[in-house]
Design a binder for this molecule. Structure first.
Ligand SMILES: Cc1cc2nc3c(=O)[nH]c(=O)nc-3n(C[C@H](O)[C@H](O)[C@H](O)COP(=O)(O)OP(=O)(O)OC[C@H]3O[C@@H](n4cnc5c(N)ncnc54)[C@H](O)[C@@H]3O)c2cc1C
Length: 470
C-alpha cells in the first residue's frame, strides 16, 4: 500500500495511477475537517481559481503535456475532457462537474480509501511508506513546519509576491522608451548598437530601428531619491516581519529590498545597465521596466515589482515613476501563500527525495506551477511509488517528452535561483534537425510535440509494470 497526503490535482492523479497498477492507496485529505483559505468545497481536485487548464493544441507545451497525460491514462484528463466548456484553443472545464468526476472516480475505485483528516506531521510509522506529499501551495502549517525540518528550512518557501499590472493606454508614452536590456529583443534582433561617444562616455549607444520588448521608465537621481523615500516610508497591507517571513530570494517585495539599502533596487529590478534612453543617448540613473502582459498588448506588468504595500500606497508610490503618473492599475501587487520546496536541492527526477527512496513530493509543493503540471507530477509520483511496492524500479520518461522535461527541470534547475515553472518548450530538448530544411517557429514546436509523443509511446510500452494487485 502507498499513502498520499493531499487530495488535490496531484494527489488524486497519483492515487489513480498507483491503483491502476494494482497497488492499494490510502489518500488523506484534510478538507472539510480543516479548510484552506482558498478552497471552497469538500470535493477532491478542486480548481482553486481559473477554470482553464490552458492551451490544448500540440503547438503549445501545455497542450502537449495534456496529450501525454491522456496517453498515460490520466484521471484528471478524463474528467477534464468529459466536462469541457467552450474556450477556443484552451481546455476549460465546468469546475464543479470536473471535481465531482475526479472525486467519484477516486472514491469508487476499489483499491483507494479516502480519509478526511489533517496529517500534521511526516509520519514515523514505516507502514505509511511509500508516502507522497501532495499538499499543495496551501499545505497546513504544522505539516509545513515538519517539511521545513525535513528538507532544511532554507529549502522551503512560503510566499510568492506578484507585481502590479497597468493599463497601457494610461502610461505616459512621452516619458518612457522602448528597449530591451543590451538590445536583446525576444524578437531575435539587436535593438541597440553600441558606439563610442565623442566625449568617451562608455554609456552611449545608438538605437537601432528595431524596437525592444520593454517599456522603460528612466529616472534621474532626484526622481529615484524621491521614489525611494516614498517607498521606504509606505505602509504594507500585511504586517510581515521580513526577518521571519520566508520569501523566495529571487521574488522579494520591492519594499523588502528597499529596507536593505538605498541602492539595493538600483542593483536589482531598477538597474539601468544596458538600457539607453534614445532621447539622451545615455543610461539613466535608474529605470523601471514594463513588460507586455497579455497578447492584446493593453496590459503591462512592472518587472520585478512584486509588492505587498496597501493598494492606495502602491498607487501613490508608483505614481512617482516617470510615465506612471496617471497609470490605471488592472491589478495591484500582492503576496500570496505558495508553499514549495527547492526541487533541485531536494528531489530526483523520479519525484523521490534525494535522501530517501520512499518519500515523494508531487504537485505545487514539489516546485511545479499550474493545475496541469501539478497533476502531471502526481501521475509520475504515483506510478513510481507503486513501482516501489511492486519491487520495480522507478522510471523517468525521456527528456524529449513534456512530462520528462518537467521532472528534469524540477530536479536539475539552478537551485540558487529556483522558481516553480509551467511547462514550456524552452525547458524541453531542442527539436530534431530535419536535413536541409530550416523549420519555422510553429513547425519547430510541432516537431518537438511529434517526437515527444513517439518517445512517450516507446517509453510507456517498454514499461516493466504489470497490473496484478499488490
Ligand atoms: C490562490 C491560488 C490560485 C491559483 N490559481 C491557479 C490557476 O488559475 N491556474 C493554475 O493552473 N494554477 C493555479 N494555482 C496554482 C496550482 O496550480 C494550484 O494551486 C493547484 O491546485 C495545485 O495542485 P496541488 O495538487 O499541488 O494542490 P491542491 O490542489 O491545493 O491540493 C492539495 C490538497 O492537500 C490538502 N492538504 C493540505 N495540507 C494537508 C494536510 N496537512 N493533511 C491533509 N491534506 C492536506 C488540501 O486541502 C488540498 O486539497 C493557484 C494557486 C493558488 C494558491
Amino acid at each position: 500500500m502507498i499513502h498520499i497526503i493531499g487530495g488535490g490535482l496531484a494527489g488524486c492523479e497519483a492515487a489513480w495511477q498507483a491503483a491502476s497498477l494494482g497497488v492499494r492507496v490510502s489518500l488523506h485529505e484534510m478538507r472539510p475537517v480543516r479548510p484552506t483559505a482558498v478552497h471552497k468545497t469538500d470535493q477532491l481536485a478542486e480548481l482553486v481559481c481559473s477554470n482553464s487548464l490552458r492551451g490544448d493544441k500540440l503547438d503549445n507545451a501545455v497542450g502537449l503535456l495534456k496529450e501525454e497525460m491522456r496517453r498515460l491514462d490520466s484521471v484528471v484528463m478524463h474528467a477534464a475532457d468529459a466536462h469541457r466548456v467552450p474556450a477556443g484553443a484552451a481546455l476549460a472545464v465546468d469546475r464543479e462537474r470536473f471535481s465531482h468526476a475526479v472525486t467519484d472516480a477516486i472514491r469508487s475505485h476499489p483499491l483507494i480509501t479516502v480519509t478526511r483528516e489533517e496529517i500534521t506531521r511526516i509520519p514515523d510509522d514505516p507502514s505509511m511508506f511509500p508516502l507522497i506529499i501532495a499538499t499543495g501551495p496551501l499545505t497546513s502549517e504544522s505539516l509545513s513546519a515538519d517539511i521545513a525540518a525535513l528538507v532544511g528550512a532554507d529549502h522551503l518557501y512560503f510566499y510568492d509576491a506578484i507585481s502590479p499590472i497597468v493599463l497601457a493606454e494610461t502610461i505616459g508614452m512621452d516619458k518612457v522608451f522602448r528597449a530591451s536590456r543590451w538590445g536583446r529583443s525576444i524578437r531575435g534582433r539587436e535593438s541597440l548598437r553600441f558606439s563610442k561617444a565623442e566625449d568617451d562616455s562608455k554609456n552611449v549607444m545608438t538605437p537601432d530601428p528595431v524596437e525592444g520588448d520593454y517599456l522603460n521608465c528612466p529616472m534621474t537621481k532626484d526622481e529615484y531619491d524621491r521614489f525611494y523615500e516614498a517607498l521606504a516610508g509606505a505602509e504594507s497591507a500585511t504586517v510581515h516581519d521580513f526577518d521571519k517571513e520566508k520569501f523566495f530570494e529571487g521574488c522579494l517585495p520591492i519594499e523588502v529590498m528597499a529596507h536593505r539599502g538605498r541602492d539595493t533596487l538600483r542593483f536589482g529590478p531598477m538597474k539601468p545597465v544596458g538600457l539607453v534612453d534614445p532621447r539622451t543617448g545615455r543610461v539613466p540613473y535608474a529605470a523601471v521596466q514594463l513588460r507586455q502582459d497579455n497578447l492584446a498588448g493593453d496590459h503591462f506588468s512592472l518587472v520585478g515589482f512584486q509588492t505587498q504595500l496597501k493598494w492606495g500606497e502602491q498607487a501613490r508610490v508608483l505614481a512617482l515613476v516617470p510615465g506612471l503618473e496617471h497609470a490605471e492599475f488592472v491589478r495591484f501587487g500582492m503576496v500570496h501563500r505558495n508553499t514549495y520546496i527547492n526541487g533541485p536541492t531536494v528531489l530526483r527526477e523520479t519525484w523521490q527525495m534525494k535522501s530517501r527512496d520512499d518519500l515523494f513530493f508531487a504537485g505545487q509543493i514539489s516546485g511545479v506551477e499550474g493545475y496541469v503540471e501539478s497533476a502531471a507530477s502526481g501521475l509520475m509520483a504515483g506510478r513510481n511509488a507503486a513501482a516501489l511496492v511492486r519491487g520495480d524500479q522507478p522510471r523517468v520518461p525521456p527528456r524529449t517528452t513534456a512530462i520528462g522535461a518537467l521532472a528534469y527541470y524540477v530536479s536539475h534547475a539552478d537551485p540558487r535561483s529556483y522558481q516553480p515553472t509551467n511547462i514550456t518548450f524552452g525547458i524541453m530538448t531542442a527539436p530534431p534537425e530535419r536535413q536541409g530544411t530550416r523549420l519555422g517557429r510553429a513547425e519547430r514546436k510541432l516537431a518537438v510535440s511529434e517526437r515527444a509523443l513517439i518517445d512517450l509511446e516507446r517509453w510507456n510500452s517498454s514499461a516493466t509494470f504489470s497490473t496484478t494487485s499488490a
